[in-house]
Design a protein around this ligand. Structure first.
Ligand SMILES: Nc1ncnc2c1ncn2[C@@H]1O[C@H](COP(=O)(O)OP(=O)(O)OP(=O)(O)O)[C@@H](O)[C@H]1O
Length: 231
């Protein structure tokens, strides 16, 4: 479903390179040292940067030249996902219509999406009146309404406490399975990668390592990963 073929990205002195392949309904965690290239990879898939060489393919379609808004991809960041002056319903509604001309049917879909992420009845709140975890749920509800088959998460739950992080990861896993989403998540927390199940690719110095099952890799890490984990 998602393939990076012979990718080479050049950002000033930094170079990201390698291949990657992810099936529908699968989860891939990107872990590795700061500055290794995790966000660059997500930005490449999202269309914020273009490769100098190689191709990003989604469902067999070459994404070259396709702008972020027209890619079958949603990206969720650690913060700044919500507009503070808009209430929760409007923030989610932006996923349906950026001009917010919402019909009754749209509002029903928004309410359903809020229910799905456990925020039933909070549509009239402003983001400032929500906890960090609830704000990320709003952003997730909007991502779900966009209904794109690839979900990119850039350290989305790093600011949350351990229990909330686990809850959010389980929520994402449930939605991934229900909707057969392909999820790519950058994280510094190996326990998050374990919890999300699926595979891990270790990225260091711009080199995209081969994905391997999370438990197997973390239980017997190769030397570079062991050094990163501090074991
Ligand atoms: N626009 C840019 N121009 C030049 N260099 C850039 C640009 N964007 C990122 N870089 C560099 O690319 C490298 C990879 O950055 P990236 O954000 O992908 O790493 P990361 O693995 O996500 O790190 P972190 O874990 O700290 O978020 C860094 O050295 C960064 O300084």
């Amino acid at each position: 479903m998602l393939r990076l073929e012979g990718i080479d990205v050049q950002l000033g002195e930094f170079r990201l390179f390698g291949d990657l392949s992810l099936e529908k309904g699968a989860h891939l965690s990107l872990i590795g040292p700061s500055g290794g290239g995790k966000s660059t990879l997500l930005n490449l898939v999202a269309g914020f940067i273009e490769p100098a060489q190689g191709a990003v393919l989604i469902d067999g379609r070459d994404m070259a030249g396709i702008p972020p808004a027209r890619r079958p991809v949603t990206i969720l960041f650690q913060e700044h996902n919500l507009f503070p002056h808009l209430d929760v319903e409007a923030n989610v509604g932006l996923g349906l219509d950026p001009a917010l001309r919402l019909t009754g049917a749209d509002r029903a879909r928004i309410a359903e999406s809020l229910r799905e992420v456990g925020l039933d009845g909070l549509g009239a709140r402003r983001p400032a009146a929500l906890s960090g975890g609830q704000r990320q749920r709003v952003a997730l509800a909007r991502a779900l309404l966009r209904d794109r088959p690839v979900l990119l998460l850039d350290e989305p739950f790093a600011a949350l406490g351990p229990a909330q992080r686990a809850e959010m990861l389980d929520l994402v896993t449930g939605l991934r399975e229900k909707r057969a989403l392909a999820v790519v998540m950058a994280t510094h927390a190996p326990e998050d990668a374990r919890r999300a199940r699926g595979a891990i690719a270790f990225i260091e110095g711009g080199r995209i390592g081969p994905p391997a099952p999370a438990d197997a890799l973390l239980d017997a890490p190769p030397p570079a990963l062991r050094a990163y984990l501090g074991d």
